[in-house]
Ligand binder design. Sequence first.
Ligand SMILES: O=C(O)CNC(=O)[C@H](CS)NC(=O)CCC(=O)C(=O)O
Length: 333
Amino acid sequence: MPFCLINYRFFVKLNNRTLLCPIRHARFSSLTVQSRSTISSEPSMASNPVRVAAAQMTSINDLAANFATCSRLVKEAVAEGAKFVCFPESFSFIADKDGESVNIAEPLDGPIMQQYCSLARESGIWLSLGGFQERGSDDAHLRNTHVIIDDSGSIRSSYSKIHLFDVDVPGGRVYKESSFTEPGKDIVAVDSPAGRLGLSVCYDLRFPELYQQLRFQHEAQILLVPSAFTKITGQAHWEILLRARAIETQCYVIAAAQAGKHNDKRESYGDTLIIDPWGTVVGRLPDRISTGIAVADIDFSLIDSVRAKIPIAKVTLSCSILGYETDHKLTST
Ligand SMILES: O=C(O)CNC(=O)[C@H](CS)NC(=O)CCC(=O)C(=O)O
């Protein structure tokens, strides 16, 4: 007798969410579960469009050179009228040799991140810094941390990559990110002038449950996916996965990408994308342009209209009433 097993792992009852939610908000709870009303200066409910930029770059194992590139791209974004600029995973450093990343890892209040805080303050712009090598709990480990800095240079929020890239890429290298990286434990969303941001990093993109939580429990309007995708997997999956996340969550998706050859062993797939909640690509920097920015306007009325016209949030609620938070077996004879 054939049967189909459907596992709705992350659908939780909305009136009972914290009990059933598998990943809690412990570490950054004061930042992540803050309600909008407690941040008085946030214009995230504003109806006027807000311009955002996403940067593409080829980071190398030189902190100063990468900072110079980021500074230049921030200037370009400011000149375009952007209020928020997003950088890819490993913006500040991409190692040449094993162990280099752990050696340069620093705490979030260390000198590297301070430089980027000053850049945000001096430029008067919010920054998403995806995939910073944050010092871990011992000398052998780091955290792959996505940091949000506001236009006064203060760190507003941070999220450490939950899903680590332990993958044998078909026709490519074997990666074992968990050998030097501690996984994050918390799902993080935070308000910004560009709307409510849901944070993630790179390989997280392949785990749609995270984005379902960001949308339906954390009320994200924009999903950030800073990345350093491999050339092989990026060509096959990058745009499709990103557009799927935008459509199924009805959020904007901003995906800043590393591009090009970082060293003899490592090449990333570029194609930085900004995608609207309908799934349309509204900003793109193709793979062949290794360094630059893509720009788009966040239209809050489009988020509202897509959500009103295709009311999937209501369906999620009725699924939860129907008990889809547990495994279901559909049997046929
Ligand atoms: O190690 C660093 O310096 C920065 N980290 C990365 O580049 C990470 C882990 S190795 N890469 C990915 O997650 C690629 C995911 C990907 O390509 C896919 O999901 O297909």
